[in-house]
Write a protein that binds this ligand. Structure first.
Ligand code: SF4
Ligand code: SF4
Length: 394
């Protein structure tokens, strides 16, 4: 089918109105390569990285085209072709994907360095000194996006085993994430507390690994497989009623380990069990029936931005709203275009700043129109993107 129903939902097509920037155009390019009619050129690779991977096209497609899978394979093909190779790009990819995000100890080390950078006042000093003005615009933009690292990581805030409050009805594992662990360990602690208050005994191993979504979305298929195996070994799915993630982007990847490890006889069956057990926190709380918080909550107006990989990747749309509505004194105001990408899209805001900023502007305009005091969202990437721009706007 070439119906084009996906075109109006695609943010990049909406911005350029070019067929090659649309899902249908991208699929045609992928098809041409698969059929041997086209080589994976730089133009092809650039197009695959201009795609946000937001998966809005999957929600729109009446034929059930699995764009998520096509997209991951296409990026892997682009990487294998070497069309985008350059010493700078190769170094950044080796440092981040192949070294930093492959080991939680290294990530914590980087987190501590960033924390010190802020705590010792070095960041303020450098900003006030005017030194940044000497650097290229792109470096200044990246510096402004440096996230605030929490004072303590998840393992310092959460016990390895948190008992249920009252009778334990479920035994669950909680995933701390990688960036989530450094930047939102407080959200991880809150997640565990909410689970415990809702009858779950929560297992949170102090040492955890990245889920590998960053690798799978950026053409590093083999590394994504390594990380999937590590996660399955660390959280034996047979031992839990559910494996909980509070990051929409990770969850969308975590639910497809069976496909990622297809043909691996040692892991295939366990990966299927794993996929069945992985639950987004909102999905799980609605499934088990949440105990609403006490009535003495302050009055607040909240709007909800949907993370692409939560709503399009996992089709979780009503549950976060149900949970928000369960909070006394909370008024939920719908966000126009709530499921339109905010531009974060993994590392998209780092590699495609122009398009990412356009999307962010559009998102903020809608946020302002709601008059809400709080923007709630279920993915660390979206949170950082929205927090950074709100701070820049004062
Ligand atoms: S994933 Fe998003 S940006 Fe990419 S083709 Fe689909 S709708 Fe467009
Ligand atoms: S991907 Fe789906 S919605 Fe888009 S053109 Fe093909 S069949 Fe139509």
């Amino acid at each position: 089918m070439h119906c084009g129903l996906c075109l109006p939902t695609c943010p990049t097509y909406d911005a350029t109105k070019l067929e090659r920037n649309s899902p249908r155009g991208r699929i045609a390019l992928m098809r041409a390569i698969a059929d041997g009619r086209l080589e994976p050129t730089k133009a092809f690779a650039d197009e695959m990285y201009f795609c946000l991977g937001c998966l809005a096209c999957m929600t729109a497609c009446p034929a059930g085209v699995n764009y998520a899978e096509l997209f991951e394979h296409a990026r892997a093909e682009a990487e294998q072709s070497g069309a985008l190779n350059s010493p700078r790009r190769n170094f950044i990819r080796s440092f981040t994907l192949r070294w930093l995000f492959m080991n939680s100890g290294r990530l914590h080390m980087a987190g501590r360095a960033l924390r010190l950078w802020k705590q010792l006042g070095l960041q303020t000093l450098v900003r006030r000194s005017g030194l940044l003005k000497l650097l290229p615009k792109r470096v200044r933009e990246l510096e402004a996006m440096t996230p605030t690292i929490q004072d303590r990581f998840s393992s310092e805030l959460i016990s390895p085993v948190t008992p249920a409050v009252g009778a334990a009805k479920y035994r669950v594992a909680a995933l701390a994430g990688c960036a989530q662990d450094l930047i939102f360990s407080d959200v991880n602690r809150d997640t565990v507390e909410v689970l415990a208050r809702n009858g779950c005994e929560v297992v949170t191993p102090p040492k955890q690994d990245c889920c590998g979504s960053l690798h799978a979305h950026n053409g590093e298929w083999k590394l994504a497989q390594q990380l999937a195996r590590k996660n399955i070994d660390r959280f034996s799915p047979e031992q839990f009623d559910a494996i909980i993630t509070n990051s929409g982007g990770c969850g969308s990847h975590l639910k497809h380990f069976a496909k990622l490890l297809a043909g691996d006889s040692a892991y295939e069956n366990r990966a299927r069990e794993w996929d069945r057990k992985v639950k987004d926190i909102h999905e799980w709380l609605v499934q088990i029936g949440i105990q609403p918080p006490s009535k003495d909550q302050p009055a607040q107006t909240v709007t909800y931005h949907e993370s692409c990989h939560l709503c399009h990747g996992q089709k979780i749309t009503s549950q976060p709203r149900q949970l928000l509505r369960a909070i006394p004194n909370l008024r939920l105001v719908e966000l126009p275009e709530s499921n339109w990408c905010c531009g974060s899209a993994g590392i998209y805001n780092l590699i495609q700043p122009e398009m990412a900023n356009q999307l962010l502007e559009r998102k903020l305009k809608h946020v302002r129109s709601t008059g809400a005091e709080v923007v709630a969202t279920g993915n660390p990437g979206c949170l950082i993107q929205i927090i950074n721009s709100a701070e820049l706007e004062g």
